[in-house]
Write a protein that binds this ligand. Sequence first.
Ligand SMILES: [Zn+2]
Length: 163
Amino acid sequence: MNTTTITTVVISNHGFAEKLLQPESNHHLLVSARAYQPGDIITNFGSSEIHKQPSKYTVQVANDQHIILSPEFLQYINHSCNPNVFFNTSTMELTALQPITPGDEFTFFYPSTEWDMAEPFNCLCGSANCLGVIKGAKNIAPAVLDTYKLTNFIQQKRMQLKD
Ligand SMILES: [Zn+2]
């Protein structure tokens, strides 16, 4: 973390999480209201819609299945190359990967669920292992991908990649 002060506004409270907005950048984020240890189940989730094509807000569960998360506020969990949560799309549980304390931003590794992303972006997560441009698991070297917790779907796709 750097020491820059960024203004945030609480948009909504969801019990275990708060949705925040950084007005200057119009950037939304979800922060934890509770403490978690690795492996803890933070919440169950489901899908309100299933789309054939990915979008910025969908999570991939199969080749042509991209879900809109329910509860919807989970879509404001941003990407990090050093994530602290994982969307397990087999058990439909959001789990902690690292110790989380109240006020920490929830982040997940988009390529842990996304094979080939609709909207690649330049990652600014600032972690030492930042991968730079994030385009989905398909575009990450298998040896690097293997250092992350991946959904069963992405693991199956990964097995089709050469080492
Ligand atoms: Zn990054």
